[in-house]
Design a protein around this ligand. Structure first.
Ligand SMILES: N[C@H](CCC[C@H](N)C(=O)O)C(=O)O
Length: 292
């Protein structure tokens, strides 16, 4: 099967974008894994699929698959690249685009400086909705919990980490570290990603506070491994930092792939606003082997 794709990146988080506005390609998880493969396919952290609006009130639907082939609820860097894609392809003349995702409707907006701002919706902290299984933890811990203890099954490392569990439509476990460059992301990241208390697995964020208006962040992503940036991860980290009292309401998030700016007023119903880059790298076509 020969398919056309667009390669894009947002702060170094990279994507294969597929246009299904004229009809479905009928791809399977194995096909998504092949497209994401950096040796046998195109190479990407996620595959983004653009589809026609499923209902009134939105302009498009966008579907997200991780490199491991699994469909997920939300992708922040992907939302910015989606908006750039539909605008530059002439699929819409709008600069603020309402799009249905598995996690609900979001509205990326193309700004005059070439970046994209996205209303990512309100964060969710209720454990059952992250989802995070708090069973067996002391009752008083549940009552006032902001951070949760995660026992790590890796004796060579610290036996436990404290994380803030927050959903941006997709689950995040954020911890404070003194130095992100020295943080054991490659070892602790997978342990957190697959921790039994995160029943849908989780994205593991490692946040270093530089000031009340700036952090450095590394994220070991669910279904993709460490990426150069994670948009929903940046939102989750800033929400966690504001709740912990160490960040103000507008924060520059320095990732390995670039700068994201996150704003959150701090109310449970307040939307998290994310601004950052979205770049088309190249167009291409690829043969997907039938035997996948
Ligand atoms: N790995 C994430 C999906 C992609 C999120 C990330 N690339 C972003 O920019 O938000 C998950 O499994 O929830």
């Amino acid at each position: 099967m020969q398919i056309r794709f667009t390669k894009m990146q947002g702060a170094g988080n990279d994507f294969v974008v597929l246009d299904e506005t004229q009809g479905r390609l009928g791809l399977t998880p194995a096909h998504y894994r092949f497209l994401a493969d950096r040796h046998f396919g195109v190479g990407a952290d996620q595959i983004l699929t653009v589809r026609p609006a499923p209902t009134d009130g939105v302009d498009f639907e966008y579907v997200i698959h991780n490199a491991d082939g699994g469909e997920v609820e939300q992708c922040g860097n992907g939302a910015r690249c989606f908006a750039r894609f539909v605008h530059d392809k002439g699929l819409t003349a709008k600069t603020e685009i309402r799009v249905q995702t598995q996690a609900g409707v979001i509205a990326p907006r193309l700004t005059d400086d070439g970046r994209v701002t996205v209303n990512m919706g309100a964060p969710v902290l209720e454990p059952a909705r992250v989802p995070f299984d708090a069973s067996g933890l002391p009752e008083q811990r549940k009552a006032q919990a902001l951070t949760w203890p995660l026992e790590l099954q890796a004796p060579a490392l610290q036996p436990q980490v404290e994380v803030v569990a927050v959903s941006m439509g997709n689950p995040h476990a954020v911890q404070l570290v003194a130095d992100v460059e020295a943080a054991p992301v490659a070892v602790v990241g997978p342990l957190i990603e697959n921790h039994v208390r995160f029943t849908q697995r989780v994205n593991a964020g490692f946040m270093q506070v530089l000031s009340r208006q700036a952090i450095k962040l590394r994220v070991y992503e669910r279904g993709a491994g460490e990426t150069l940036a994670c948009g929903t991860g940046a939102c989750a980290a800033v929400v966690a930092g504001i709740l912990l009292g160490v960040l103000d309401h507008r924060v520059d998030v320095h990732t390995r792939g670039g700068l994201l700016t996150i704003e959150w007023a701090g109310g449970a119903q307040d939307a998290v606003m994310m601004t950052g880059p979205a770049t088309t790298v190249f167009e291409g076509q690829i043969h997907i082997p039938e035997e996948l």
